[in-house]
Design a protein around this ligand. Structure first.
Ligand SMILES: NC(=O)c1ccc[n+]([C@@H]2O[C@H](COP(=O)([O-])OP(=O)(O)OC[C@H]3O[C@@H](n4cnc5c(N)ncnc54)[C@H](O)[C@@H]3O)[C@@H](O)[C@H]2O)c1
Length: 252
């Protein structure tokens, strides 16, 4: 069960953290993985680690907000792997240069990065792979989102949450349009992840962990395992859903 042998998967923003975990698990399940990141060194490192485990991966550094670069890089990876992308995990969602402040302190030019990446970046990747999926009668799209898309929070992430809310709405409509072609699309809304330890003071991390029923932050390999399920043949009947993966956190 949940085997992905013979499938080609693209994971965006897979050069570290959550995306790295997803790429590794999909490859362990048998998929050939296109490891995307904005930074070539990150994509190369994760690709080398997957190959080291005896699995198949190719690195492609490109900016998902650039449609031409996205299409061109995916076509070249597909040619190298000998097939089309069957599984897309839109994971890239933390924009370089994003400014986190209360909305009143943001200038209009600071609104765009998180919205561009989470909406247009995700749609560009979908645009590049959706015809191949629909024409072949099989495809899986997994959109990584956040609980912040559906909950107001006073933590300076309103633009990020705007991008996540927008793409969640799009994915539900996409799922309704593409179900007839055997292409599913689901949203995995994450809670707080282990990589926050590097970004916040220990006392803040301690407080955050106290709010999570399982008593710890999220693990990229566990998220990868959930994505492997959603990408599998066995998940053919699961589509258009927003699935919280957050350790039971009620605050999302
Ligand atoms: N970390 C958390 O606590 C948390 C919580 C909820 C949701 N999420 C979501 O999980 C996903 C992964 O988050 P993370 O914490 O692992 O992020 P991260 O910043 O650790 O890694 C993301 C990777 O994406 C790459 N990237 C950024 N912009 C890109 C672009 N335009 N094109 C291609 N690659 C790009 C970065 O270079 C980076 O290597 C995101 O969608 C994020 O919104 C994370």
């Amino acid at each position: 069960m949940f085997e992905l042998n013979g499938r080609i998967a693209l994971v965006s923003g897979a050069g570290q953290s959550v995306g790295e975990g997803i790429a590794k698990v999909l490859a362990r399940q048998g998929a050939s993985v296109i490891v995307n990141d904005l930074f070539a060194d990150r994509a190369d490192k994760v690709t080398a680690a997957i190959v080291e485990e005896g699995n198949r991966a190719v690195a492609r550094a490109f900016d998902v907000t650039d449609l031409d670069a996205t299409v061109e890089s995916i076509r070249s990876a597909e040619a190298e792997l000998g097939g089309h992308v069957d599984i897309l995990v839109n994971n890239a969602g933390v924009a370089e240069g994003r400014v986190t402040k209360p909305f009143r302190e943001l200038t209009p030019d600071q609104w765009a990065p998180s919205i561009d990446l989470n909406i247009y970046g995700a749609m560009n990747c979908i645009k590049a792979v959706i015809d191949g999926m629909c024409d072949s009668g099989w495809g899986r799209i997994v959109q990584i989102s956040s609980g912040s898309a559906r909950t107001g929070q006073n933590i300076n992430v309103s633009m990020y949450a705007t991008g996540k809310s927008g793409i969640e709405g799009f994915i539900r409509h996409l799922a309704a349009e593409t179900g007839q072609y055997g292409v599913t699309a689901n949203i995995v809304a994450l809670g707080l992840q282990a990589n926050l330890v590097d970004k916040m003071p220990p006392e803040v991390i301690e407080k955050l962990i106290a709010s999570i029923p399982i008593g710890r932050l999220g693990d990229p390999i566990e998220i990868g395992a959930f994505c492997a399920y959603l990408a599998s043949n066995e998940a053919a009947g699961m589509t258009g859903q927003t699935l919280d993966f957050n350790g039971g956190s009620q605050t999302r």
